[in-house]
Design a protein around this ligand. Structure first.
Ligand code: SAM
Ligand code: DTB
Ligand code: SF4
Length: 331
């Protein structure tokens, strides 16, 4: 048996170390443990690094929707597919700040501004930097997701007060080309490197339920865990159905136990990263979400919409967190 797995069985998982040399077979050995053993190990790692009764709350705003030149086969915003979505221009700063104020009042600690771009253009980036500074002035953590960045662009965002850059690796290297053809996984990794070097914290995860196999899901975790420094936030999205995109032909969401196994594996492989239950909570029962929190998920998106698709209603989330005794204090 793999040393990491065996060691954890003997001592209750108190030897979680930060590693960037994960092999797929090791991730698979963890993932395939008897469920109780996997959950116990994930819980131990979680409790060593976090308050298990606290989750982070982030809120999303699509500041520029649709018309994206990339062909991501899961996305409502790609111009390559007829998804029925109306493309919009970049929002005004005042409207973005007003949305951030509402998100803060609703309990969000972090505000993530998302744009459907392959990469930002000069003047647009200046406008986003103004938005970032204004949201930061509200006392919120700031996050942006704008597509690929050069080091110079990442530095400009960092200087404007951006805390996090979201850029997902999305899936395994093997499955990547089946879902996206307009860029390579390495392009994503390069942007993550630029953001890191500019001093930004990273938010990077991916999507499951697109027709990938378990090895692809674990391969995605291996890519994330083998980044030089682990992303501070790891969003795990369950594909939210969108009409008209190619993923409809292959989609198959993991069942709640398979999904909890993936969350637990992410928790063990990236002990200090905040793992976010991201898109797809609309398909999960309260019990499935509770299982994911037990597996080590400690962040959610709040608000009735994500970017273009649904998220659970605020009162449902409040009810669930209340029953679980989980606090979600804004920092
Ligand atoms: N255009 C930027 C980019 O791709 O990085 C930012 C926005 S993009 C919508 C952010 C992430 O949302 C994607 O990388 C993908 O992981 C996730 N995503 C997009 N559509 C989704 C869907 N239908 N269901 C679940 N996650 C989705
Ligand atoms: C992430 O990993 N998930 C968020 C955020 N980063 C930008 C986006 C989820 C989008 C879900 C599909 C939609 O609403 O359009
Ligand atoms: Fe564009 Fe991002 Fe959607 Fe891909 S995921 S089509 S890059 S908005």
């Amino acid at each position: 048996m793999d040393a990491a797995v065996e060691g954890e069985r003997n001592d209750g998982a108190s030897r979680a170390s930060i590693r960037s040399d994960w092999e797929l077979a090791e991730a698979a050995a963890l993932h395939d443990l008897p469920f109780s053993d996997l959950m116990f190990q994930a819980q131990c790692v979680h409790r060593e690094n976090f308050d298990p009764n606290h989750i982070e709350t982030a809120s999303l705003l699509s500041i520029k929707t649709g018309g994206c030149p990339e062909d991501c086969g899961y996305c409502s915003q790609s111009a390559h597919y007829e998804t029925g979505l109306k493309a919009t221009r970049l929002m005004d700063r005042a409207n973005v700040v007003a949305a951030a104020q509402r998100a803060k009042a609703a309990g969000a600690a972090r505000f993530c501004m998302a744009a459907a771009w392959r990469s930002p253009k000069g003047r647009d980036l200046d406008t986003v930097c103004d938005m970032v500074s204004a949201v930061k002035d509200l006392g919120m953590e700031t996050c942006a997701t704008l597509g690929m960045l050069t080091f110079k662009q990442a530095t400009q965002l960092a200087n404007a007060g951006l805390d996090f850059y979201n850029h997902n690796v999305d899936t395994s290297a093997e499955f990547y080309g089946k879902i996206i053809s307009t860029r390579a996984l390495q392009d994503r990794i390069d942007t993550l490197g630029h953001a890191r070097r500019a001093g930004l914290k990273l938010c990077s995860g991916g999507i499951v339920g697109m027709g990938e196999c378990t090895a692809d899901r674990l391969g995605m975790l291996v890519v994330l865990a083998n980044l030089e420094k682990h992303p501070e936030s790891v969003p795990i999205n369950l594909w939210n159905e969108v009409k008209g995109v190619p993923v409809n032909d292959t989609a198959e969401r993991p069942d709640p136990i398979a999904f909890a196994r993936l969350v637990a594996t992410a928790r063990i492989m990236m002990p200090k990263s905040v793992v976010r239950l991201s898109a797809g909570r609309q398909y999960m029962t309260d019990e499935a979400q509770a299982l994911c929190f037990l597996a080590g998920a400690n962040s959610i998106f709040i608000g009735d919409v994500l970017l273009t698709t649904k998220n659970p209603q605020a009162d449902c989330d409040a009810n669930l967190l209340g029953r679980l005794g989980i606090k979600s204090s804004a920092k």
